[in-house]
Write a protein that binds this ligand. Structure first.
Ligand code: BES
Ligand code: MN
Ligand code: ZN
Length: 481
């Protein structure tokens, strides 16, 4: 990753590229006025020639021809009103063109917004994100350092969170063939272990012995054995415990209720919840947030092999409830049934599960917004607040109790599908059976876990959605929120 440092004020520094913010109608932002004055008459024609007006999303690069000690200057549009998201996006915009320069200096963080250094480092670092490990000729980059001109701090928190999001994206974008549950679990043990987080990995023997019938059932159709990761961050002096549970289906073929080819194409991303949970724990530990956090991720493939669970089969979940599986493609809730049961046993102040759970949620809210379900208004408000602070979009959907009857089974305590309507809600009602009476929230990230095209700090593929919200939640809890 790119190194981020503080540096001298813009008038005293130097570098290969200077990135300065410009507001609508060419109102100069911090740093830009100095550059404009230094470049004088020469600048005006250059910018107008490029139809650059300072609108958000615009960027214009001009060679400074020795007029300032920066070889090139990038003017980045911030639009009429700067908010946190505009700043993240502007930094990402600058990052996109930064690969040609060794040292990039910026004044973007000098705009009048709280935690601006964190927002700039976050947007910039994720604007550089690429998943190119399987390209024989990855696009070369000369970029080594981002310098925050005249800053008091180098935006360390933004860097840690960006890195956590990038790590989540790497796991999500990894081809399913290269991330069987065994390898994902080994990754978690190594990466989280390296920063002092306790990691327990349950193998298939332990998973069966512990009574995780849902995870065993979904894994039955695969040659790859399941794993369950339990990561435990326990800082000294912490008084509150949170448990995060992440859906970790490393590939969702649908099982015997097999998906059509088009529906299967992106299903290596069905472990986005697990990737978010593990990397949120990573970031929370790196930041030293004084809250105890347990991350639980059931990991398995959902495949239609000869041993596969069959429509009509019944299993017993960890909490003793029996489940009739009528559609093997509704598998996320089966592994979460066990994950949530384990979460309840840890007796936390709050449980949050994160899952690419239903296509129905994507139909309801589109690709950019996660569905939020909560056990009560207070929990909902906490998650909404954390998401807002973090810059992620969530929208609360109702836990409509009258729909619970759709899940009535004749042969078991509950069945795993409802009818064709309100699918995100019936999925949430299913999960509720395993969350006990504890404060609990469920984030259905089927839409926002994956981006269909590159846009500002997102690239096509995994987005790392929910890492930021979970970290912000832990921070809010630490601050007594
Ligand atoms: N992983 C899918 C949900 C999904 C679909 C996520 C598309 C992202 C993009 C989940 O396991 C699934 O298949 N859900 C079914 C449930 C149905 C069988 C009740 C669905 O949404 O169709
Ligand atoms: Mn499925
Ligand atoms: Zn799935």
């Amino acid at each position: 990753m790119v190194d981020v440092t503080t540096g001298p004020a813009v008038a005293e520094g130097s570098g290969d590229l200077l990135v300065v913010p410009v507001m609508s109608e060419l109102t100069w932002g911090p740093g830009a006025d100095w550059v404009a004055a230094a470049l004088g008459d020469w600048l005006g024609p250059h910018l107008t020639g490029r139809e650059f007006t300072g609108k958000a999303g615009q960027i214009a690069v001009v060679p400074s021809a020795g007029a300032v000690p920066y070889a090139s200057v990038a003017f980045v549009g911030l639009g009429d009103e700067v908010d946190a998201e505009a700043l993240r996006r502007a930094a990402a915009q600058a990052a996109k063109i930064a690969g040609a320069y060794g040292t990039v200096v910026t004044t973007l963080h000098q705009v009048d917004i709280a935690e601006a250094t964190d927002l700039v480092t976050f947007g910039f670092l994720l604007g550089r994100y690429r998943f190119d490990r399987y390209l024989s000729e990855p696009k070369p980059s000369a970029l080594e350092t981002l310098v925050l001109a005249g800053a008091d701090d180098p935006g360390e928190r933004g860097t840690v969170i960006a890195e956590a999001v990038a790590r989540a994206r790497d796991l999500v974008n990894e081809p399913a063939g290269y991330k069987p549950p065994t390898r994902l679990a080994a990754w978690a043990a190594e990466e989280l272990g390296a920063i002092g987080v306790g990691v327990e990995v349950w193998d298939e023997g332990r998973i069966a012995a512990e009574g995780l019938g849902g995870l065993m059932g979904v894994a039955a159709g695969s040659h790859q054995p399941p794993r369950l990761v339990r990561a435990h961050y326990r800082p000294e002096g912490a008084t509150t415990r949170l448990v995060f549970v992440g859906k970790g289906i490393v590939f969702d073929s649908g099982g015997l209720s097999i998906k059509p080819a088009a529906g299967m194409e992106t299903m290596k991303t069905d472990m986005s919840g697990a990737a978010a949970v593990l990397n949120a724990v990573w970031a929370i530990a790196r930041l030293g947030v004084p809250v105890e956090v347990i991350g639980i991720t059931p990991l398995t493939e959902n495949m239609p092999g000869g041993g596969a669970i069959k429509p009509g089969d019944v299993f017993t979940a960890r909490n003793g409830k029996t489940v009739e599986v009528l559609n093997t493609d509704a598998e996320g809730r089966l592994v979460l049934a066990d994950g949530l049961s384990l979460a309840v046993e840890a007796d936390p102040a709050l449980i949050v599960d994160v899952a690419t759970l239903t296509g129905a949620c994507m139909v309801a809210l589109g690709k950019g917004v996660a569905g939020l379900f909560a056990s009560d208004d207070d929990v909902a408000a906490r998650i909404e607040g954390a998401a807002k602070d973090a810059g992620e979009s969530v929208w609360r959907l109702p836990m409509e109790a009258s729909y619970r009857q759709k899940l009535e089974s004749e042969v078991a305590d509950i069945k795993n599908i409802g009818d064709r309507y309100g699918g995100a809600i019936t999925a949430a009602l299913f999960l509720k059976e395993f969350a006990g009476d504890l404060p609990w929230a469920h984030l259905d990230i089927a839409g926002p876990a994956r981006a269909e095209s590159a846009e500002h700090y997102l690239t096509k593929g995994g987005t790392g959605f929910a890492v930021r919200t979970l970290v912000a939640l832990a921070e809010a809890v630490a601050n007594g929120g």
